[in-house]
Design a protein around this ligand. Structure first.
Ligand SMILES: [Zn+2]
Length: 311
């Protein structure tokens, strides 16, 4: 079930009406707002009009909405990242990250509060532990917890916790920063690849053969490719890195030689693939961009089955 269907069901349950009713109200609301609001956004408005306040309820991770400011979830820590230090505007601080999972999905949780972080550092919370989080804010598809948020241990068990990244099938016109999106789309524009160098040991970007962590190294050359994809509802500027570029049907030589690339470039136009990745805001241009993490072939049988099931 996608997040919209979950949301509709949740509102329907809380309001004591049928899901069909909610969906009709959502469509009416969207029509009234000339389609300027997403289905999720319209559902939230409909929910509020019916007196359903989702921010007061404990939700499943897949039910979290991009605009929530007081989210309440429970889950298992399935991945814990090292605490990082940062300094910004002369202030020193620490930030901690982990991936929280329940049986509906998973999400990255970002901790900003020194007390919460000290609990992690003291190993009060470890990988595999269940925690309850409330008063957390959704931001760019992550759950952020400030000093106003609560983090406490939970006895709940999450045996079917979803640990792999979940991409949701969505129309490109509805793409919002923070979403993990999957789209079957055509390539409508391809730009020349750009190159950069990375450290062979840690994979991080190096400048003039110097890695911040490993000193002078023999760098490896990597490529990134910008393209525009279109699914019929809208188009989106996208970026692909490394190995995934080869899934477009290019080989290494064609990726790393502009001459060979330009010979092949036009043959990529009009190709249809299944693209999965993260929608982000490109802060340099303040545009929405799709960072593609996975490219899969369109499976004709699967599409035929889908179409037949609609007959
Ligand atoms: Zn390195």
């Amino acid at each position: 079930m996608d997040s919209y269907s979950r949301l509709v069901e949740r509102i329907a349950q809380s309001a004591g009406v049928s899901s069909d009713d909610i969906e009709r109200k959502v469509e009416a609301k969207r029509a009234k707002l000339s389609g300027l609001v997403s289905k999720e956004g319209a559902a939230q408005i409909v929910g509020a009009e019916l007196g359903v306040n989702l921010e007061k309820e404990r939700l499943k991770i897949a039910e979290l909405l991009p605009s929530m400011k007081r989210a309440h979830v429970c889950g298992k820590i399935v991945r814990l990242f090292p605490v990082r230090s940062y300094s910004k505007n002369g202030r020193e601080g620490k930030v901690a990250n982990f991936v929280l999972a329940d049986d509906s999905g998973n999400i990255r949780v970002v901790l900003w509060d020194a007390h919460h972080i000290s609990l992690l550092e003291a190993e009060e919370f470890k990988q595999g532990d269940s925690v309850e989080i409330s008063n957390a804010m959704m931001r760019n598809g992550e759950l952020h917890l400030s000093a106003f948020g609560d983090l406490k241990s939970s006895n709940e068990k999450f045996v079917n916790a979803v640990t792999e990244t979940v991409f949701h099938e969505k129309s490109l016109k509805d793409a919002q920063p923070g979403q993990k999106l999957q789209s079957r789309a055509f390539i409508v524009q391809v730009f020349e690849p750009r190159y950069f160098e990375v450290c062979p040991q840690c994979g991080k970007k190096v400048v003039e053969q110097q890695c911040n962590a490993h000193g002078k190294v023999e760098p490896q050359r990597r490529a990134l490719l910008n393209l525009v994809i279109d699914d019929g509802t809208g188009s989106l500027r996208s970026v692909i890195f490394g190995e995934q570029i080869l899934k477009l049907g290019l080989n290494q030589e064609e990726v790393f030689s502009l001459e060979l690339f330009n010979e092949k470039k036009n043959s990529l136009l009009g190709d249809e693939k299944i693209f999965s990745g993260n929608i982000r805001t490109n802060s340099l241009y303040n545009t929405t961009e799709f960072t593609i993490e996975l490219i899969q072939e369109v499976e004709p049988e699967k599409i035929l089955n889908e179409m037949n099931s609609r007959l």
